[in-house]
Design a protein around this ligand. Structure first.
Ligand code: NAD
Length: 257
């Protein structure tokens, strides 16, 4: 399948799942806009390297997804987009009565409200072209909960709800909106937690991954950024034209339990 001629914005894409999704979309031929809140030479070099690797146009645009004006400016500076992937996200873990209010606000802003702003800014251009794809990177925590993750679970359930609403508002217009719900994905952030968990539980790498980190993921295997990226590419394909307002789990069976 070719996404040649399409432009994709992927928020929060200078690492992890966002970068993996951007790579998959570029591999499928889309021009890509990478984003984060930093503005380093490494960010711009990353985009240049990705563009060269896949022979597509790739650029990096700094925008802080905790700020509504930045979210809308990102879409404007990109000149609109055909594919919008709302991926930027952060996490914080604490019991609800000890959860710092500023952490709650930041998680809701970055993981949920940013997608409201970018989607609102991107839809008019998609409607003009009669084609568009909104892909929200939610989580297994968009469908189920875990203790101590009140803000994250609320934001992810919220984005699943917004996905359905956007699907209804764009139905029959050549635009789809869906959410991908990954389980535990092996990103650099997760990789970095493995030595800490090995030390804390006095277990070897294999055992700590299987018995501690992936205890809720029946496959006992991490999902990969390539698998999430491949799912995003599928949602952008012609075969997925009537898939809208729904979730696709990439979670090794987590939400089947
Ligand atoms: P990550 O920390 O590697 O990536 C997060 C990205 O968001 C980074 O590029 C970071 O720079 C960016 N970001 C953070 N704050 C930002 C801000 N204010 N403005 C702009 N960009 C910002 O984490 P990840 O694991 O790749 O997570 C990406 C998404 O996938 C998140 O929405 C996360 O909730 C979701 N997710 C991750 C997993 C997992 O196991 N890794 C599972 C399910 C869902």
């Amino acid at each position: 399948m070719s996404l040649s001629g399409k432009t994709a914005i992927v928020t929060g894409s200078n690492s992890g799942i966002g970068l993996g999704v951007a790579r998959s979309l570029a591999e499928a031929g889309a021009d890509v806009v990478l984003n984060s809140f930093t503005d380093s030479q490494a960010d711009h070099d990353l985009a240049a390297a990705l563009g060269a690797e896949f022979g597509v146009k790739a650029r990096y645009i700094r925008a802080d997804m905790s700020k509504g004006a930045d979210c809308r400016a990102l879409v404007a500076e990109a000149g609109g987009c055909d594919i919008l992937v709302n991926n930027a996200g952060i996490q914080f873990v604490a019991p609800i009565e000890e959860f710092p209010a500023e952490k709650w606000d930041a998680i809701i802003a970055i993981n949920l409200t940013s997608a409201f702003h970018t989607t609102a800014a991107a839809l008019p251009g998609m409607r003009e072209k009669g084609w568009g794809r909104v892909v929200n990177i939610a989580s297994a925590h968009g469908l189920t909960a875990s203790p101590f993750k009140s803000a994250y679970v609320s934001a992810k359930h919220g984005i699943v709800g917004m996905t359905k609403t956007v699907a209804l508002e764009t139905a029959g217009q050549g635009i789809t909106a869906n959410a991908i719900c990954p389980g535990y994905v092996l990103t650099p952030l997760v990789e970095a937690q493995i030595p800490e968990q090995m030390a804390a539980h006095k277990l070897d790498r294999e055992t700590v991954i299987r018995e501690v980190m992936l205890a809720r993921q029946p496959s006992r295997q991490f999902a990969t950024v390539e698998e999430v990226g491949g799912t995003a590419v599928f949602l952008c394909s012609a075969a997925a034209a009537q898939i809208t307002g729904t979730t696709i789990s990439v979670d090794g069976g987590w939400t089947a339990l």
